[in-house]
Design a protein around this ligand. Structure first.
Ligand code: NDP
Length: 332
């Protein structure tokens, strides 16, 4: 598969270019808003072409699919243009600034017969696949609650638009709550209905929240508690799923790397759960490429990205108003 990169981003350089190549594909062009940066980035990453023109990249007949990893406010117009040009789309989260725009992107791809996926990496992790397996095979009985610990320290090289630019989609809610929403939906196979949330500027954020805590209600009655932050230097991430017959306690699994520990606690005692340590992004790209070839579906498709954004919007609304808030899911 020949890829075009829309956005000369950090995530593309740190993870995705390698993942496209590892999955047997190649990256043939990169778009930056700055022509000299396009040239530098393409040279640094051995990409044949660099351009500052979206039209030029999208009219490149060699490109079958694009990966969109610009700042969040650009995803919508760039995805719509890519779909019009007949390209399959792997888009970064949050898919857009609103779930209404995100749904429009997903519908456009569907109507054009193109594959559209959201780059929610966590559901590709060996750890999360093993946790899901333990839960769905009944090891913990009926699920009662889930707790997500996703407070991290935002690395200095990412402390740009995320901490001070609401117009570019900054803030911990668009950045991390969407991932937690996707992860909870993945594990429970259901969509949150209502949320209650509070957010804060706790040291890094200026004009956008850098910390958030929320509680979500699931249709089955399962209660969900989540914590996201950019300001916690020393904590570990984690996920706990508690059931009538046991608990899964996972540490350091809310991360891009294939690491962490999982313990299953039941009446018989504590048991360590093993898991595969493949690269999360390579798995996502491989499933995307198979979907383009007509086999299976991406690990997180467009509908998943619209739903995770709808949850984040409800969390933001609840934090703003202080009210319990319904999650509104757009039709796709
Ligand atoms: P970056 O800030 O690195 O990149 C965003 C844009 O900023 C780029 O498209 C680029 O614009 C510009 N930019 C980046 N570096 C420089 C630089 N050194 N000098 C000048 N301009 C620069 O963002 P991220 O890679 O952190 O995030 C991009 C998207 O990916 C976001 O939507 C984010 O939410 C998502 N993301 C997803 C992750 C996941 O695991 N799914 C993880 C990290 C991010 P231009 O292209 O015009 O040059």
């Amino acid at each position: 598969m020949k890829w075009g990169l829309i956005g000369a981003s950090t995530i593309a350089s740190e993870w995705m270019i390698g993942a496209f190549r590892a999955a047997g594909g190649d990256v043939v062009s990169v778009l930056s808003s700055d022509p000299s940066r396009a040239a530098e980035y393409s040279k640094a990453h051995s990409i044949a072409r660099g351009t500052a023109s979206l039209d030029e990249l999208l009219s490149d007949p060699e490109i079958e699919a694009v990966y969109i990893s610009t700042t969040n406010e650009k995803h919508f117009p760039q995805a719509i243009a890519a779909i019009k040009a007949g390209k399959h789309v792997l888009c970064e989260k949050p898919l857009a600034m609103t779930s209404k725009d995100a749904a429009e992107m997903v519908r456009a791809a569907k109507n054009a017969g193109l594959v559209f996926a959201t780059n929610h990496h966590l559901r590709n992790a060996g750890s999360h696949l093993a946790i899901k397996d333990a839960v769905t095979s009944g090891r913990i009985g009926k699920v009662l609650s889930i707790r997500v610990f996703h407070a991290v320290y935002l690395p200095p090289h990412l402390q740009g638009w995320r901490i001070d630019n609401p117009a570019a989609g900054g803030g911990v809610i668009p950045d991390i709550v969407v991932h937690d929403a996707d992860t909870v939906r993945f594990h429970l196979n259901e969509d949150p209905t209502d949320v209650v949330a509070m957010s804060a500027e706790s040291g890094l954020g200026t004009g956008v929240e850098d910390s958030c805590m929320s509680i979500w209600q699931m249709p089955s009655g399962v209660m969900v508690q989540t914590h996201e932050s950019f300001t916690h230097k020393y904590t570990e991430s984690g996920l706990e799923i508690h059931g009538t017959e046991g608990s899964v306690v996972a540490r350091n699994v809310m991360t891009q790397r294939p690491v962490g520990e999982i313990v299953l606690v039941t009446e018989s005692g504590r048991e360590s759960v093993g898991f595969a340590d493949h690269n999360l992004y390579e798995r996502a790209v491989a499933l995307f490429s198979e979907a383009v070839a007509g086999q299976g579906r991406p690990s997180a498709d467009g509908a998943d990205g619209v739903k995770s954004l709808a949850v984040a919007e409800a969390v933001a609304r609840s934090a703003r108003t202080g009210q319990r808030t319904k999650v509104v899911y757009e039709e796709i």
